[in-house]
Design a protein around this ligand. Structure first.
Ligand SMILES: Cc1cc2nc3c(=O)[nH]c(=O)nc-3n(C[C@H](O)[C@H](O)[C@H](O)COP(=O)(O)O)c2cc1C
Length: 169
């Protein structure tokens, strides 16, 4: 399965649909061990910051993926046609406990420090520029109570999109 590089301006689709409704995978390789972990995300964004095209993702600290993201600046955000069963496995199970990549039927590929899956239709190779914890003191009324009964505030990762790959065919 081959992928072609496209520009960020050539990305097709509606992000609210692609990410919010169809979901995506954040995939990271541990630079020390080479191990790859992936998790499903449906919260995030794309935009422009510091003169760069960026994605933003929000990762709770208890995710196994969080430990990977803090060891490297590189990750991918990848999108799929359907495949909700696979993305549900990656969003319900932890790579700490199981080989969920195999269980989800995904096939690892990638280049350099950017891992992704052959099943992806679109891959964003991302380099973290900024990471920060949400401050509950700065949240509007109701947000903390509705989203963080465990006080497990998301970390925000803003990352430059360094390469976009689209599946051919
Ligand atoms: C549809 C869906 C969307 C999710 N979005 C996020 C998200 O944006 N941020 C987050 O921290 N967890 C999110 N999760 C939860 C993680 O994907 C889940 O906890 C996963 O098992 C973490 O895997 P890990 O422990 O291997 O990192 C989502 C789960 C699902 C099913």
């Amino acid at each position: 399965m081959s992928f072609t590089e496209i520009k960020t301006t050539e990305i097709e689709g509606n992000l609210f649909q692609m990410l919010g409704r169809e979901w995506a995978l954040v995939t990271v390789q541990d630079p020390d061990t080479g191990k790859v972990n992936t998790m499903t995300v449906s919260w995030g964004g794309m935009g422009v910051l510091w003169g760069k095209d960026v994605v933003t993702i929000y990762i709770r600290p208890q995710r196994y993926t969080h430990a990977f993201l803090d060891k490297t600046d590189h990750f991918t955000l990848s999108f799929y046609d359907g495949m909700k069963d696979a993305l549900t496995v990656c969003g319900r199970k932890s790579g700490r406990d199981t080989d969920k990549i195999a269980e989800a039927g995904l096939h690892l590929t990638g280049e350099e420090s950017y891992p992704w899956f052959e099943e992806s239709k679109l891959v964003l190779c991302c380099k973290t520029l900024y990471r920060s914890a949400f401050d509950p003191q700065k949240m509007a009324d109701g947000i903390d109570a509705a989203n963080y009964p465990g006080h497990d505030y998301h970390d925000v990762y803003i990352a430059e999109i360094v390469k976009v790959l689209k599946k051919e065919g």
